[in-house]
Design a protein around this ligand. Structure first.
Ligand SMILES: Nc1ncnc2c1ncn2[C@@H]1O[C@H](COP(=O)(O)OP(=O)(O)OP(=O)(O)O)[C@@H](O)[C@H]1O
Ligand SMILES: [Mg+2]
Length: 253
């Protein structure tokens, strides 16, 4: 991808404090149009905090994030209209079925009823949830719930799709289904921000990534380049080896 590609996200000197605790300590990164950008790091690195600031649900303590050229602080409504988010924690409505969850969520976007219904049906089909369209979310497996959450993130046909650990804890089949969906999103020209602990996932899907630990960026670049930079340390280094070397920590998966 050309380095002068249009920037969808620009983060400059981003800081987030929770009380006295510095969760994000001045990070800078850009996300280019059409790429899958990875945010990789161990538990507590500050990934979800960063995602929440970018999605305008958490104010920054310092620095600046612009999304589609608009400041996250000044234009949350306009940004939210063009971003789709699959949060780390399940926040589906447990009392509703899959289709109803999509319809209820569509109300945030002022979609005409008929258009919302059309999109919900399309997503139910695309994510192979037809058999479960009317089943209470409470009764769905973890993999199906996650698939529904990714589907829900697309109800507004977003230009930027943010997936916070979309495959954590999933079986290999469910994981592959979500990987295929991320590839399809990229194929459709969408920009994707993916947070993950999964090295295989990062290497497979991400065009570029940052490795974050304790709220700071410790490595960045295309996965292949990051591995190559550390190639002298091992005969067959992987992103996982690099991560261990840099952080002294093993990733969760
Ligand atoms: N609301 C909050 N109040 C206080 N501290 C918080 C809050 N939210 C997160 N933190 C702390 O900020 C740090 C970063 O948390 P964050 O959830 O962003 O990490 P993460 O990289 O997403 O981790 P994980 O891989 O476990 O999801 C952690 O130490 C966490 O305990
Ligand atoms: Mg998190």
């Amino acid at each position: 991808m050309a380095s002068d590609a249009k920037k969808v996200v620009e983060a400059r000197g981003v800081v987030k404090n929770y009380g006295d605790f510095e969760a994000v300590r001045g990070i800078d990164f850009d996300i280019r149009a059409g790429e899958c950008f990875g945010l990789l790091g161990p538990n507590g690195a500050g990934k979800t905090t960063t995602v929440k600031m970018l999605c305008c649900v958490l104010p920054l303590t310092g620095g600046e994030i612009s999304v589609f050229g608009m400041s996250a602080g000044a234009h949350p409504r306009e940004i939210k209209a063009r971003v789709g988010v699959c949060p780390q924690e399940n926040n589906l409505d447990p009392d509703f079925g899959a289709r109803q969850n999509l319809l209820v969520f569509s109300r945030y976007y002022d979609l005409p009823k008929a258009e919302a219904a059309r999109r919900a049906d399309e997503l139910i089909k695309r994510f192979r949830l037809e058999d479960k369209a009317g089943v209470c979310v409470e009764d769905l497996s973890g993999g199906l719930k996650r698939r529904l959450m990714v589907a829900r993130a697309l109800i507004n046909d977003p230009d930027l799709v943010v997936l916070d650990e979309p495959t954590a804890g999933l079986d290999p089949q469910s994981k592959h289904q979500i990987w295929d969906e991320v590839k399809a999103l990229k194929g459709a020209g969408k920009t994707v921000l993916l947070t993950t602990h999964n090295m295989e996932e990062a290497q497979l899907l991400c065009d570029r990534l940052i490795i974050v630990d304790l709220g700071a960026i410790i490595e960045s670049g295309p996965p292949g380049e990051i591995v190559a930079r550390h190639a002298a340390d091992s005969t067959r280094p992987t992103l996982e080896d690099v991560f261990l070397k840099l952080t002294g920590k093993q990733l969760r998966e």
